[in-house]
Design a protein around this ligand. Structure first.
Ligand SMILES: CC(C)(COP(=O)(O)OP(=O)(O)OC[C@H]1O[C@@H](n2cnc3c(N)ncnc32)[C@H](O)[C@@H]1OP(=O)(O)O)[C@@H](O)C(=O)NCCC(=O)NCCS
Length: 155
């Protein structure tokens, strides 16, 4: 499946919220996404669109504060999963984090979410801890990806 990644806009929110509701037990509101897109200068939110017809099939979000990035959300429409869109979104967000100066990226994921954990492990995230009852009755696993040092990132 061929997707292109574009910045999330207010016009995308109906499609994003439809995916959000099918993907999470406690979905974010339109207000939450609106604030992230319009008001949070530390945030980057993107959507994945099918190349042939521009349909939105997934989205993801990132915060970067100083040298730390944080993946805030990532979801793909159930009909379009297992076809690479999640990987494309994550790859884009990690490149964006790096370009904004992040040296490492954190995220939280449900302990039981083997699919998402598999995706993050594929991108070399490693479990570094857990937050008890972060999702009300379920622990979050905290994962970290450290970018290798490069010439443009002196120690
Ligand atoms: C997690 C999610 C975003 C993955 O999106 P996706 O488009 O299906 O991901 P990809 O097709 O790029 O798959 C990437 C990797 O994820 C893992 N994965 C995806 N689907 C899987 C499945 N059904 N079983 C096991 N691993 C799976 C694999 O490691 C896969 O790599 P591979 O294709 O090389 O085997 C998607 O399943 C989703 O939206 N889930 C609900 C929301 C969610 O849990 N978001 C994460 C919150 S932290």
């Amino acid at each position: 499946m061929q997707v292109k990644i574009t910045p999330m806009t207010i016009d995308d929110l109906d499609d994003v919220l439809a995916i959000e509701k099918t993907s999470f037990i406690f979905p974010w509101s339109d207000h939450s996404f609106y604030g992230e897109i319009k008001e949070n200068k530390n945030a980057d939110y993107v959507v994945a669109r099918l190349r042939n017809n521009n349909k939105i099939v997934g989205y993801g979000g990132l915060w970067v504060f100083f040298d730390e990035g944080h993946i805030t959300t990532l979801a793909v429409h159930p009909h379009y999963r297992k076809a690479g869109a999640g990987s494309s979104l994550l790859d884009h967000l990690l490149k964006k984090a790096r370009s904004r100066g992040a040296r490492k990226v954190f995220l939280e994921v449900r302990d039981s979410n083997k699919v998402a954990r598999g995706l993050y492990e594929k991108f070399k995230f490693r479990v570094i801890g857990r937050r008890k009852n972060y999702y009300l009755l379920e622990d979050a696993v905290v994962m970290l990806l450290k970018f290798p040092k490069s010439v443009s990132q002196p120690s």
